[in-house]
Ligand binder design. Structure first.
Ligand SMILES: *Cc1c(COP(=O)(O)O)cnc(C)c1O
Length: 495
C-alpha cells in the first residue's frame, strides 16, 4: 500500500507519519496537517455495499493511517464502534422530505462528534506507543458544546491521558452544559470561560503555541495534544460515514452504482464537510457539497464573494455548535486551492492580523464543488415544524439549518440529484428549541417535561445519555476569564 505522510499547510517542514500527526494535532508553524496526497478508494462501491460500518471504517482508515498495522487499526475500530452506539448500523439513513438524513448521533453523547471522538483516544494511545512517548498526554479542547462532551466521554478513564475542556459559559444549551459539568473521571477537567467559542479556541491555540509552557510540561511528564477537529485523527474517521452512506444507498437500491449524490452539511468549523470533500477526492461519486451556515454566515459569504471576513457580530443562535466565525478546517481547503503553503500561510496571517482575507479568482474557480447557503432562525424553526407535521420526523436545530438550506438549494437550482443531509445531533440535545419550533406553547416548559413530550411526539425513546444527566451531580464548577486559561491549565496540572 502507498505510504501517506502528513505535511503542514503553512511550511515545507518535512512530512511526518500519521501517528506523529495525531499526537501533535497542530503543526509547530501553526499550520494544519494534510496528507501529501489523497489516497484513492481501493474497493468499489459495490464491494463496500456488502460491508458493515466497522469493515468500511477499516477500508477507509487503512488508506490514511499507513503506519498503523492491520491489527492496531482493527483493534481501535472495534473498541470505538461497539455497543456505545444504540444501533448496530452505527450511522443509519432515514428518508424524509425528499432527502436522506444520515443520522450521526447514535453514539454516547448523541451528537456527530462521537463518530470521531469514540475512536480518537484509541488512535492516540496507539500513536503514543508507536512513538515511545512516555509523557502523559493532556488533551486540551475548546468546545462550542458537542465536542467537549464527546471528547470527555471518549477520554475519561483512558490510561495515560488527561483532558481539559473549555466551553463558553452561557453559550451552550442547558443539556450540553449539564452533560459536561457532570462528567465523571479523575482525569477530566471542565472550565466555563467568560467569552465565546472563538475566544476559547484562540486561547487553546495560544496555549499550544507556548514553547516555554511546553518545556515546563515536559519536565513534569506531560505533553499536550488536541482533540479538536483540526486533528487528522478526527478528520479521517469522518470520511468513513460518507462512504458508508453511499454504500448503504447502493445496498438498498436507492441509487445505481456510480450514480452521483449531493451531500449537505450543517457547518461550523468545516471539519465534517471537509471529510465529505476528501471522500469525493478519493473517488466517491459525490457531485455537490452544500455547505449550510446559520446566521453566523462567514462561510456563505466566503463561497459567494471569495472574501473571508470574521469582522462581524457573533450571533448566538439555537444551533450553537455552528456559532463560529473562524472555521479552522477551511485552512485545508485553502491550502488545496492556493496550490502551496506560501499563499496559504499569507492568507492565514492576514486572517489572524486583520480578521479577513480574499482569495484570487483562480482559487475561487476551484471551489465550484461547493455551494454555500444560509438559514436564519425562522427558516430553521419552520423546517422543523414542517418536517414534523408532514412526515412525523423530528430533527435537531443544526440539522434543520442544513435541511432549510437544502430546500433553498433545490428551489434555486432545480437540481434533482439525490441528496444526503448530515444529521448531526439528536433533537433531544436541543429539546427546548426543537419543541418551541413545533409549537410556541412549549417555550416556557421545564427541560425534562419537554424531553418527555418530545418522546411522545416523535415516538423515539429518550436516549440513555439524557436519562443519565437527569440526576447526575455537578462535579465541575471552575470558571475563568479568557486571559486566565493558561493559569487554569497550570493549576490543575500542578505546574
Ligand atoms: C460540531 C457540530 C456541527 C459543525 O460541524 P463542523 O465539523 O464543525 O463543521 C454541526 N452540528 C452539530 C450538532 C455539531 O456538534
Amino acid at each position: 500500500m502507498q505510504e501517506i505522510l502528513y505535511r503542514s499547510t503553512r511550511s515545507q517542514a518535512a512530512p511526518i507519519r500519521a501517528s506523529e500527526a495525531i499526537l501533535k494535532g497542530l503543526s509547530e508553524d501553526g499550520g494544519l496537517f494534510v496528507p501529501t496526497q489523497i489516497p484513492k478508494l481501493d474497493k468499489s462501491p459495490a464491494e463496500l455495499a456488502g460491508m458493515n460500518y466497522r469493515q468500511v471504517a477499516y477500508e477507509i482508515m487503512k488508506l490514511y493511517l499507513t503506519d498503523f498495522t492491520e491489527e492496531e487499526l482493527k483493534s481501535c475500530i472495534d473498541k470505538a464502534y461497539d455497543d456505545k452506539f444504540d444501533t448496530g448500523l452505527i450511522a443509519p439513513l432515514k428518508k424524509a422530505g425528499g432527502a436522506w438524513y444520515l443520522e450521526l448521533f447514535h453514539g454516547a453523547t448523541i451528537a456527530f462528534k462521537d463518530m470521531a471522538l469514540s475512536i480518537l483516544p484509541h488512535l492516540m494511545i496507539t500513536s503514543a506507543k508507536k512513538n515511545n512517548v512516555k509523557n502523559e498526554i493532556v488533551i486540551l479542547t475548546a468546545t462550542s458544546g458537542d465536542t467537549g462532551k464527546a471528547a470527555l466521554a471518549g477520554f475519561a478513564q483512558v490510561e495515560g491521558t488527561r483532558i481539559i475542556v473549555f466551553y463558553p459559559k452561557g453559550g451552550v444549551s442547558a443539556v450540553q452544559e449539564r452533560q459536561m459539568v457532570t462528567q465523571k473521571g479523575s482525569n477530566t477537567h471542565v472550565i466555563g470561560i467568560h467569552g465565546n467559542f472563538d475566544d476559547a479556541q484562540t486561547g487553546v491555540k495560544n496555549i499550544f503555541g507556548d514553547r516555554k509552557l511546553a518545556k515546563q510540561m515536559d519536565e513534569k511528564g506531560f505533553q499536550f495534544s488536541s482533540a479538536n477537529s483540526i486533528n487528522i485523527g478526527r478528520l479521517v474517521p469522518q470520511i468513513v460515514y460518507y462512504v458508508y452512506a453511499y454504500a448503504s444507498l447502493l445496498a438498498d437500491g436507492s441509487i445505481k452504482d456510480g450514480e452521483k449524490i449531493n451531500v449537505c452539511v450543517p457547518t461550523g468549523n468545516f471539519g465534517n464537510i471537509l471529510a465529505a470533500y476528501y471522500a469525493k477526492l478519493m473517488g466517491l461519486p459525490i457531485d455537490r457539497l452544500i455547505c449550510a451556515s446559520n446566521q453566523n454566515k462567514v462561510l456563505y459569504d466566503f463561497f459567494d464573494t471569495g472574501i473571508y471576513d470574521r469582522n462581524r457580530d457573533f450571533i448566538l443562535t439555537s444551533s450553537p455548535s455552528m456559532d463560529i466565525l473562524i472555521s479552522s478546517n477551511l485552512e485545508r481547503l485553502i491550502f488545496k486551492v492556493a496550490r502551496g503553503e506560501q499563499k496559504c500561510a499569507a492568507l492565514m496571517q492576514a486572517l489572524s492580523k486583520d480578521g479577513k482575507y480574499e482569495i484570487t479568482d483562480e482559487m475561487k474557480k476551484d471551489l465550484s464543488d461547493f455551494w454555500g447557503g444560509t438559514a436564519d432562525e425562522a427558516a430553521c424553526f419552520a423546517r422543523i415544524r414542517d418536517l414534523y407535521e408532514k412526515e412525523g420526523y423530528i430533527i435537531d436545530t443544526h440539522t434543520a439549518v442544513a435541511s432549510a438550506v437544502y430546500d433553498d438549494y433545490v428551489r434555486r437550482t432545480h437540481d434533482e440529484t439525490k441528496t444526503v443531509i448530515a444529521s448531526t445531533a439528536s433533537p433531544y440535545k436541543f429539546s427546548r428549541s426543537v419543541m418551541t419550533a413545533i409549537d410556541e406553547k412549549y417555550a416556557d416548559g421545564e427541560d425534562f417535561a419537554l424531553i418527555e413530550e418530545l418522546s411522545r411526539l416523535s415516538g423515539v425513546a429518550i436516549p440513555p445519555a439524557i436519562e443519565e444527566i437527569r440526576t447526575a451531580p455537578v462535579v465541575h464548577k471552575t470558571e475563568c476569564d479568557t486571559d486566565g486559561m493558561k493559569q487554569a491549565v497550570c493549576n490543575w496540572l500542578g505546574i
